[in-house]
Design a protein around this ligand. Structure first.
Ligand code: F1P
Length: 326
């Protein structure tokens, strides 16, 4: 079995690893996340920084995210100001840009990583979530990092944290759709794929796009759901799969589904209710911002099975290394 598939199937275990890391952190540190936080990372870690920034804003603070390289070399173009905390995310903790990013601003520094690493040692605080992976691409570590940090965010605001056991079992339920996902991928030989998500599900669409590229070497795009109608949809035709990630669909999602079907594209809706799509994968109810973790196994499996269908080995992505250094 591919290591990547094993790692994807470890998503539920990742939740428990995250919960332990969160509990250890709060028992050993007298620490609360401040209101103004800048999040940074590279690749998947950057796509993880986005929903963390959104969740920070949603919970009454002000979260912002930027890739490490932009923070290092182009920060004057962004409304960065002087955040109260800089959170650098890196699975390996050895990515050059992430390590350098810690020095970009003269503010307290926090590392979110899987290992005791250069990054964790350099930061003022480190939340080490040991969801280690053999696979080159990030899968359950993304989920685990997100869950651990959301718990810390809720704890910092004096709010009730999530029940890790419940989230784990809902994640298992989603993984139960694996065979259905494989059938969808094998039953439609799509030539390109468009991922759509809104709000906190937009970064999931971005991560899905990256997973398709990394694992399956496959052309993929991602947009904020309704933005796709403004020109971008022209690309969709009989060879396109549109993956619509939506927690609470309303009339516009149904119209959008019909519109793509009118262009002969096929639509896969992933969410709580079908939108009249060609395929539907149900995601159980879980309140935002943690609902995101239930979408991750689905998009990871889609990319994994597309890679397998294309005769590729997702454990050895072309031109990619686990740690990008300069
Ligand atoms: C960042 C990253 C990964 C990507 C690839 C190259 O790694 O861009 O997101 O999948 O493996 O490295 P890290 O800083 O999170 O270790």
């Amino acid at each position: 079995m591919h290591a990547t598939l094993r790692e994807i199937r470890r998503n539920p275990e990742g939740i428990l690893i995250a919960q332990r890391a969160f509990e250890e952190f709060v028992t050993s540190h007298d620490f609360r996340l401040p209101r103004e936080v800048l999040y940074t990372g590279c690749g998947s870690s950057h796509f993880l920084s986005q929903p963390l920034a959104m969740a920070t804003t949603r919970l009454g603070g002000r979260g912002f995210s930027t890739p490490c390289s932009e923070l290092l070399y182009s920060r004057e173009w962004y409304p960065i100001g002087r955040p109260e905390l800089l959170v650098a995310i890196s699975r390996s903790g050895e990515t050059t840009e992430a390590i350098k990013a810690l020095d970009a601003l003269n503010v307290p520094r926090f590392a979110l990583t899987a290992y005791e690493s250069t990054l964790s040692k350099k930061a003022d605080y480190a939340l080490i979530v040991p969801a280690t992976e053999e696979s080159v691409v990030m899968t359950h570590s993304f989920t685990a990092f997100y869950f651990a940090f959301i718990q810390l965010l809720l704890h910092s605001r004096g709010l009730e944290t999530y029940d890790a056991g419940l989230v784990k079992s809902l994640t298992e339920e989603v993984l139960g759709r694996e065979e259905h996902i494989r059938e969808i991928v094998n039953g439609f030989d799509f030539r390109n794929v468009i991922f759509l998500g809104s709000g906190i599900l937009y970064p999931v669409a971005l991560e899905a796009m990256l997973k398709m590229k990394e694992m399956a070497l496959f052309w993929s795009e991602a947009y904020q759901t309704f933005e796709v109608r403004h020109g971008f949809k022209s690309i969709a035709d009989g060879g396109t799969l549109v993956v619509l990630l939506v927690d609470e669909p309303f009339e516009w999602h149904e119209k959008l589904t019909k519109e793509f079907q009118g262009q002969k594209a096929r639509v896969l809706t992933v969410g709580r209710r079908d939108t009249g799509a060609d395929y539907f994968i149900e995601v159980p109810e879980l309140s935002p911002p943690v609902n995101l973790v239930l979408y991750l196994p689905v998009i990871q499996l889609l990319a994994y099975y597309k890679a397998v269908e294309r005769g590729l080995n997702p454990d050895r992505p072309r031109f990619l290394s686990k740690v990008v250094t300069w």
